[in-house]
Design a protein around this ligand. Structure first.
Ligand code: SAM
Length: 273
C-alpha cells in the first residue's frame, strides 16, 4: 500500500483504531522489517478510508465511526463533535469535588456523543444522571453510546436548550459539567478545514465573544444547582478571566480555574452559595 500524502501520525492512528495494529507493533516491524503483522481489515479498505480523508479532510474518527476517550470507545458521526482530549480533565476535576457524596445528581449540558455523561455514569454508579443537548441527532448517538458502554446506568436524556429541559429537577444538581460551544463566531472561518468543514457548527460557535452558551449555563446554575453544588466548565484559551469574573459577579462561591496540559487556563469551577 502506497501512502499518497497526509500525516504519518494520523495514519498510525488509523492503523491502530481500524486495523488493530498498536504503536508497539508498528515499532517492532520498523526494527525487524521481516516480521509480519496481521491487520483486522484489508489493505484495500484502509486505502479507501485514507483516500476519503485526503480528498476532503474528513476526520478519520467520522470515517471509521469511532473515537477513543479516557477509558471508553465512543461511536461518533458528523452529527456530534469529536470528543477532545482536553475535555477528559473535566471528569478528574469533578470526581475530586464529589468524593464525599455517595448519592447525588449530576448533569452534562450539551452532551454531544456523550463522553462526559458516560464517564460520570461509570464513575458514579449510584448517582442520578442527566444528559441534555439541543441536537436530536447528537442525543441519539449519546443514548446508543451509553447503552453499549454502561447498559444499566441511571441517566435521563433530554432534548432542549441548556437548563431548559431540566426544570423539574431545578435546585437538586450536586454536579454540573459542560463543554459548551465557545469559539467566537468570527474565528470559525479560521479553523482548520478538518474541523470547520465537518464538525457541527452548533457545537463550535459560541457567538460574538464565544461566551453566549457559557453565560447562560452559569446563570442557570444560580438556581439549577443544589446549595453547595459544583459547576465545572471548559472554555476557550483566552476566556478564563472573563468567565471567572462573571461567576464571582453573579454571586457564585469557591470560584477557581484549572489549566490544561499546555499550561493554559482552560476550565472554570464554582459552587452555588
Ligand atoms: C463543544 S460540543 C461538546 C459535546 C460533548 N460534551 C463533548 O465534549 O464532546 C457542545 C455541545 O453543545 C450542544 N449545544 C449547542 N447549543 C446548545 C443549546 N442551546 N442547548 C443545549 N445544547 C447545546 C451541541 O449540540 C454540542 O453537542
Amino acid at each position: 500500500m502506497i501512502l499518497k500524502g497526509g500525516r504519518k501520525v494520523d495514519f498510525d492512528w488509523l492503523l491502530d483504531m481500524a486495523a488493530g495494529v498498536s504503536w508497539a507493533e508498528l515499532q517492532s516491524i520498523i526494527l525487524n522489517p521481516k516480521n509480519f503483522i496481521s491487520l483486522a481489515i484489508s489493505t484495500e479498505e484502509l486505502e479507501v478510508i485514507w483516500e476519503s480523508h485526503l480528498k476532503d479532510q474528513t476526520p478519520l474518527q467520522y470515517l471509521i465511526s469511532k473515537c477513543p476517550w479516557r477509558d471508553i470507545e465512543l461511536e461518533v458521526s458528523a452529527d456530534a463533535l469529536i470528543p477532545r482530549q482536553e475535555t477528559e480533565f473535566l471528569i478528574d476535576f469533578a470526581l475530586k469535588k464529589v468524593t464525599n457524596i455517595d448519592f447525588g445528581r449530576w448533569a452534562d449540558l450539551g452532551t454531544g456523543s456523550g463522553p462526559i455523561a458516560i464517564s460520570l455514569a461509570k464513575s458514579l454508579p449510584d448517582w442520578n444522571g442527566h444528559a441534555s443537548d439541543i441536537s436530536k441527532e447528537a442525543l441519539e448517538i449519546a443514548k446508543r453510546n451509553l447503552k453499549s458502554i454502561v447498559p444499566n446506568a441511571n441517566v435521563i436524556f433530554s432534548l432542549g436548550d441548556w437548563w431548559g429541559p431540566l426544570k423539574r429537577w431545578r435546585g437538586s444538581f450536586d454536579l454540573v459539567l459542560s463543554n459548551p460551544p465557545y469559539i467566537p463566531s468570527n474565528l470559525i472561518e479560521e479553523l482548520d478545514p478538518v474541523v470547520k468543514n465537518h464538525e457541527p457548527l452548533i457545537a463550535l460557535d459560541g457567538g460574538a465573544d464565544g461566551m453566549n452558551a457559557s453565560r447562560k449555563i452559569i446563570l442557570g446554575a444560580l438556581d439549577g444547582l443544589a446549595k453547595g453544588g459544583w459547576l465545572i466548565l471548559e472554555h476557550h484559551y483566552d476566556q478564563s478571566e472573563r468567565i471567572i469574573s462573571f461567576m464571582k459577579n453573579i454571586g457564585m462561591k469557591d470560584v477557581s480555574f484549572e489549566k490544561d496540559l499546555s499550561g493554559i487556563k482552560r476550565y472554570a469551577i464554582c459552587r452555588r452559595n
